[in-house]
Design a protein around this ligand. Structure first.
Ligand code: NAD
Length: 499
């Protein structure tokens, strides 16, 4: 029986008034598991109004007291880890252990946000001239929107939302319509943690809800994570309305294999980063770039049996390395890319098309796929496939590998595997990519550092989490004051200076 889902507005579950609904599926079985209301602009407005009503008092709450609520939320997430991982697995399809890892990354940001009293400390200069002290202070932006993708339904709402509310804002999450149950449960946990109603709302739905958030005059800031075309639309339409927008988008992440790399370590790294979560990660490695023919031949020889023996299964199979793709359309799209790779002349070393699992015949499974001799003009190289497809694109030398990385329109993450410090240093200097790993395949920075790509993988100036998130979720005021105030300088008609 499909579960009836809801929006979470002002501390209450509501079906809203749009009359529009969509199905949520279990990707392993193809069965409908939920019936989700899609918000209308009026539903979005209701969420904004509840945020507007609650936000001033929340911002006025002393930051250590806000931190205490966030700390309580952290405890509740830890206590409910199994339940949340089950919700993620059932609707997303990733394995339980993978889901738990991603939830932990959300907890990491929550722990960082518990330090909000320290993070909000301003700047002070005493006696900048004539007994005047100057200090800066940060204020919340107001009611902020957070539009999140299907692939991390807990981690990404936490990345943006926890920092937003820590800074004293109200947050409206518009999660992916593919897997809304875990983000809805987070809102319930916030209520239990003592967060005032209206500070963390969830509106469900599709582009109508997103566009209503962007266009709402009382939502001055939008944080977005998702695909590049949608992110670009959100960024352009939000900034055209003079809003603050940050959009973290699609990717094609390369892993360079130098001839001196530890091959065992490199192959392990490629297996996990290429096929973990069925390749549905913005930091998944989808292109391996071995440098030199010998390196390439050795790499493909070692990868082939490992890819063939990948264990595919539903989220609750403890032996599974990876689960199904999110939707039947995603399976069709990924298999279509494999067709295109074959037609373009790449060597299909392992073919994941037509994978069917006994008992899960209607699941969206695609097996691990490996291409060799992929070239930069092929669609399987240029596009983000977002599936378990690893392309080997051979490079003659280090410079050609760097040129390949820098020639791609996406620039989220990249890695180099080598034992040579000089090569690693030259690589980190020369590549124009946001997050770089040296013998680290998925260089997702910890919560106290910044996350973000460059080029068409990110629109906007600020990074996700880390101290820069404070810049995004606050406005700065700078105050110059003089005490005692009785100093008389007479009327001054020239520009005041301290000279
Ligand atoms: P998506 O762009 O389809 O959806 C993201 C959000 O936008 C969802 O909430 C969705 O409802 C909404 N949306 C979809 N179409 C829309 C439209 N036409 N107008 C307005 N809103 C719309 O992305 P997805 O498929 O959920 O997630 C996968 C994508 O997200 C991949 O491209 C992946 O690389 C990217 N991603 C990027 C990062 C990062 O940090 N760079 C992290 C995770 C995922």
């Amino acid at each position: 029986m499909a579960e009836t889902l809801y929006h979470f507005i002002n501390g209450e579950r509501t079906a809203g008034d749009s009359g529009r609904f969509g199905d949520v599926f279990n990707p392993a079985t193809g069965e409908v598991s939920g019936n989700l209301p899609y918000a209308s602009p009026a539903d979005v407005d209701q969420a904004v109004q509840s945020g507007l009503a609650a936000q001033p008092a929340w911002e006025a709450t002393a930051s250590p007291r806000r931190a205490a609520v966030i700390f309580k939320f952290r405890e509740l997430v830890i206590q409910n880890m199994d339940k949340i991982a089950e919700l993620v697995g059932r609707e997303h399809g990733k394995t339980i252990e993978d889901a738990k890892g991603s939830i932990q990354r959300g907890i990491d940001v929550t722990e960082f946000a518990c330090g909000i009293p320290h993070l909000l400390k301003g700047e002070l200069s005493t006696n900048v001239g004539g007994g005047i002290d100057t200090f800066s202070m940060r204020e919340a932006v107001g009611v902020v929107g957070g539009i999140t993708p299907f692939n991390f339904p807990v981690m990404i709402p936490c990345w943006m939302g926890v920092m937003a509310i820590a800074c004293g804002n109200a947050f409206i999450n518009k999660p992916s319509e593919r897997d809304p149950s875990a983000p809805l449960f987070l809102a319930e946990l916030w209520k239990e943690a003592g967060l005032p109603d209206g500070i963390w709302n969830v509106v469900n739905g599709d582009k109508d809800a997103v566009n209503a958030l962007i266009q709402h005059p009382d939502v001055p800031a939008i944080s977005f994570v998702g695909s590049t075309l949608v992110g670009e639309h959100v960024y352009q339409s939000g900034t055209a309305l003079n809003k603050r927008v940050q959009a973290f988008c699609g990717a094609k992440n390369h892993l360079i294999v130098m001839p001196d790399a530890d091959m065992d370590q490199t192959v392990d790294a490629l297996m996990g980063s290429g096929y973990g979560s069925a390749g549905e990660r913005c930091m998944a490695v989808s292109v391996a770039v071995p440098v030199g023919k010998d390196t390439a031949d050795e790499l493909v020889k070692r990868l082939e049996p490992r890819v063939r023996s990948l264990k595919i299964g539903p989220y609750n199979d403890p032996a599974a390395d990876m689960g199904p793709l999110i939707t039947a359309e995603a399976k069709k799209r990924v298999e279509g890319y494999i067709d295109q790779g074959v037609e373009a002349g790449a060597d299909l070393v392992v073919d994941g098309r037509g994978t069917a699992l006994q008992g899960y015949e209607n699941g969206n499974f695609v097996g691990g796929t490996l291409f060799d001799r992929v070239t930069t003009d092929m669609s399987i190289y240029k596009d983000e496939i977002f599936g378990p497809v690893l392309s080997v694109a051979r490079a003659n030398d280090f410079d050609a590998a760097v040129e390949m990385v820098n020639g791609h329109e996406y620039a989220n993450g990249v890695a180099i595997f080598t034992r040579d410090g000089d090569a690693a240093r030259a690589f980190t200097d020369q590549v124009d990519v946001g997050m770089i790993g040296v013998n680290v395949p998925i260089p997702v920075p910890m919560a106290f550092h910044h996350f973000g790509g460059s080029k068409r993988s990110k629109f906007g100036d600020t990074q996700m989490h880390g101290p820069q998130s404070i810049n995004f979720f606050t406005k700065m005021k700078t105050i110059s004051g003089r005490w005692p105030s009785g100093i008389r300088e007479g009327a001054q008609f020239t520009m005041p200076t301290n000279r």
